[in-house]
Design a protein around this ligand. Structure first.
Ligand code: CDP
Length: 807
């Protein structure tokens, strides 16, 4: 052997494959201001569009007068619903099977709804133009409280649905009702409650909030009249779906539509749906023959594009007196706003909320969800979570704490007692899922040991005693949360969008020099796909990650994929990448066998090439095989080294985690301090530990924001009172706590590399950890459940109501 030859460790390290903390390749351009975002797209003759928006939450639109607006220098056109009707685009279908006004048609149904689109030579002129459009409104009573939506005398919001007693998801019970979705066995669940020693019941609300990507939603539409082709640059999390939707609703041939999602500055679910801005910019470009740019501002983003959550969950648990859960019953009132524009796979009107049994072995459960209309913005996106999974995790994790309190048990011990056991996997939940794998006890115990949970409880007891003696005004809370996620939408047997199965795809082309390009159907918005996808390929085919260029987001070049949201990229596209790489490897093996003059079966894989079994000197590296693929393939074999894989996953993946938040709250001011936050995540095989850590930090920061203050709040008349970053809580580095991260590894048994998604987990597990910490602190003063968000003022109010200021 040659002593200077690299060792196996050196050869493995040189690949920077899976498990390596490879630095993010995209950061070279992102940190130098060299990214290419939609607002960087500047086409010759480009025009700009801006919206006239409704100041009212509910009003009849009596007239729209554009005369003065058209006199503003630079203003070229004012598009209204009447204009859109001429091309049959005044309304558009939503992903949830409803229809939505593109521009106000007779009525407005939420504040800041799009009323008219002003097109001008620059953004300033468009803005001047919108101020000159005169709209005459007749205000109508606004319906804001979801609990009043189905009152007999509640105002009729959707006049277009008059007389429709069924919707996309079955019968409608009331003029403001959208659907009822039920899962589970009601009779068995009711029977379990009748027999129970102990029951709890609580209305647990998860308030309305909104993702805040750094870059708002935007597009540039450019119609080429000569070729009849439409090119759309946009902030799209799912570019191929946008192409198909545009083709279907604009009746343009799909091959003549080019959708390009360049760099995207964060998505978090906000950029999945289709918004009026896209339709109006496309129509304006077709009408004017010029490219048209539409860029939302922050207030428009927060108040008019897709919101998240707004679930009001009446939750009941039945249990034995020693703390074994025997039944779960949940009713959800889901506030969908003015249109049902929820971004969920087609057959799932409440997403995957039926993961609400969580990590616990509930023998029976029953769930009913009622979706309703109100005078609020439409949407219902998976803001840093898989579809409605964060609502489900919050619901069950609060409820388990409430049960622990009633039983006088420690919340961690109650969870350990009820966890699904490792030997029960694959586990069939009472609400219909097959959990692929998990080892919850190990994760929970690791969390408890790493944080010295027992010592923290002792400290809490001492502090409570000191509070009672009047020696401190601080109360201490320990927020335990254990979550099971369901990510990787999804298997074609139960997941589609508009009839298109939710597979994903990868195409790999290896070039003669041993470099290659991989094109994938997903679209990174900051998750580092260019870095991690190359790492999967590096490990699979032994080519250094640096030699693989990853491309996403251009529908002309990338294979059809369903995009990136709900942590589906690793479970679905990650699998497609591994499968495409394995096709490359299989062909490479045939080429190597031919070149080494042995049978294929006599070869074995060795880090970065094949070697002849028993003859370690007789090797052919993948790099050399790439060269051979272009000049000396076996007779009858096609030259080249390329492969495509479309991967339809057999199941979802089920990441999980154990979190602990340690918080002190000053009862006199409501000011809280997150003293410690420990997050243990299990996402199966870890592709890039550093990226995972970054994902966890980001997700926890969003969870912190949501639990501790971030909220889209309306007043009684439907005004959004938290419509800008002045009022909508966006934590900076100053407020953000320090995060401690940890992990266990339980590979997914059905995923080619054993990986599960991770991006959404910290939000799913983080929110209940914060809320449980606040509730745990106040439980000592007699609280059972305090609704989120837990900002200073609400904490102070809770303390006051619980008698903390009594003499
Ligand atoms: O769909 P999305 O990209 O938002 O979420 P994800 O599949 O959880 O992946 C987020 C990032 O974490 C990607 O860069 C993944 O490659 C990386 N990741 C990882 O390194 N290992 C895992 N087991 C899961 C994700």
């Amino acid at each position: 052997m040659n002593d200077l030859a690299p060792t196996r460790e050196q050869r493995t390290a040189a690949l920077e494959g899976m498990g390596c903390k490879r630095k993010r390749v995209e950061d070279i351009r992102f940190t130098q201001g060299k990214g290419n975002y939609v607002d960087d797209v500047k086409l010759p003759g480009m025009l700009h569009g801006d919206f006239v928006r409704s100041p009212h939450a509910h009003a009849r639109v009596k007239s729209i007068n554009s005369e003065e607006a058209l006199k503003v220098p630079g203003v070229l056109a004012v598009i209204t619903a009447e204009t859109l009707k001429t091309v049959n685009l005044a309304w558009m279908p939503t992903l949830a099977g409803d229809v939505q006004m593109v521009l106000a048609d007779g009525k407005v149904l939420f504040q800041n709804q799009e009323v008219a689109f002003v097109v001008a030579t620059d953004r300033y002129a468009a803005d001047d133009g919108i101020n000159k459009v005169v709209v005459e409104y007749e205000p109508l009573p606004a319906l804001i409280d979801p609990f009043k939506a189905m009152d007999a005398d509640a105002p009729v919001l959707r006049e277009d649905l008059a007389g429709k007693t069924t919707g996309a998801h079955g019968p409608r019970k009331h003029h403001n009702h959208i659907f009822e979705w039920t899962v589970g066995d009601k009779d068995l669940t009711d029977a379990a409650f009748k027999k129970a020693d102990v029951t709890i019941k609580e209305m647990i609300s998860y308030h309305r909030t909104h993702p805040s990507p750094l870059e708002t939603c935007q597009c540039v539409c450019s119609f080429d009249k000569i070729k009849g082709e439409l090119t759309i640059y946009g902030t799209f999390q799912a570019p191929h779906v946008i192409r198909t939707v545009v083709s279907l609703i604009a009746k343009l041939p799909e091959q003549k539509i080019h959708v390009i999602a360049p760099d995207i500055g964060g998505g978090f679910g906000n950029k999945v749906g289709a918004y009026p801005g896209y339709i109006c910019a496309a129509v304006a470009s077709i009408v004017t023959g010029k490219p048209v740019k539409w860029v939302e501002d922050r207030i428009e983003n927060l108040t008019a594009t897709s919101f998240a959550r707004d679930y009001h969950m009446t939750t009941e648990i039945a249990a034995t007196k020693d703390g074994k859960v025997t039944g779960l019953r949940v009713h959800v009132l889901a506030d969908h706003g003015a249109f049902d524009a929820c971004a969920d796979p087609s057959k799932w009107p409440a997403g995957f909320f039926n993961i609400v049994t969580g990590s616990y072995d509930f023998p029976v459960a029953h769930l009913a969800v009622d979706g309703i209309y109100t005078n609020k913005a439409p949407g219902g996106v998976a803001y840093r979570c898989s579809f409605r999974v964060t609502e489900a995790a919050y619901c069950i994790e609060r409820a388990m704490d409430i049960l622990a309190q009633k039983l006088g048990m420690d919340p961690a011990e109650l969870r350990l007692k009820n966890f699904i056991k490792p030997e029960q996997f694959p586990y069939h939940s009472a609400l219909g899922w097959e959990y692929d794998s998990g080892d919850y006890h190990t994760a929970m115990r690791k969390m408890m040991e790493s944080t010295d949970y027992a010592a923290l409880r002792r400290e809490q007891a001492d502090k409570r005693a000191a509070f009672k003696r009047g020696e401190t005004r601080d109360i201490m809370g320990l927020g335990v949360s254990f979550f099971t996620e369901i990510v990787g939408a999804g298997p074609s047997k139960n997941c589609d969008i508009l009839g298109i199965a939710m597979f994903d795809s990868c195409e790999i082309r290896m070039h003669p020099t041993g470099a290659g390009i991989a094109r994938v159907g997903t679209k990174s918005q900051g998750q580092g796909h260019e870095t991690t996808w190359a790492q999967i390929i590096a490990t699979e085919i032994g080519i250094p990650a640096d030699n693989i260029m990853v491309e996403e987001g251009n529908t002309d070049t990338a294979p059809y994929g369903l995009g990136t949201y709900g942590s589906r990229s690793t479970p679905v596209a990650g699998a497609a990448i591994a499968m495409a790489a394995r096709k490359i490897k299989a062909k490479a093996q045939m080429i190597a066998a031919y070149k080494l003059e042995v049978h294929e079966d006599d070869l074995e894989w060795d880090i970065d090439g094949f070697r002849v079994k028993g003859l370690p000197e007789k090797v052919m590296s993948m790099k050399d095989i790439c060269w051979a693929a272009y000049n000396s393939v076996p007779p009858g074999m096609e030259p080249g080294l390329e492969a495509v894989s479309y991967y339809d996953p057999p199941n979802m993946t089920y990441p999980f985690g154990a979190y602990l938040c340690v918080m002190d709250i000053d009862v006199d001011t409501g000011v809280y301090k997150v003293r410690r936050f420990y997050a243990l995540d299990d996402c199966g095989t870890r592709i890039n530990p550093m990226i995972i850590e970054g994902q966890v930090h980001g997700g926890l920061t969003e969870a912190f924001a949501i639990a501790m203050g971030q909220e889209i709040r309306y007043d009684d008349t439907g005004n959004v009172v938290t419509g800008s970053f002045m009022d909508f809580f966006m934590p900076t580095a100053v407020e953000t706590p320090h995060w401690e991260t940890d992990f266990t590894v339980t590979p997914s048994p059905h995923h080619p590399i054993g990986a599960k998604g991770v991006g959404e987990s910290p939000n799913v597990g983080g929110v209940p950890a914060f809320s449980n910490a606040v509730n745990d602190a106040f439980s000592f003063l007699g609280a059972t459940h305090i609704q989120m968000p837990h900002d200073f003022w609400r904490n102070w109010k809770a303390a006051k109501e619980l008698g903390a200021f009594a003499a």
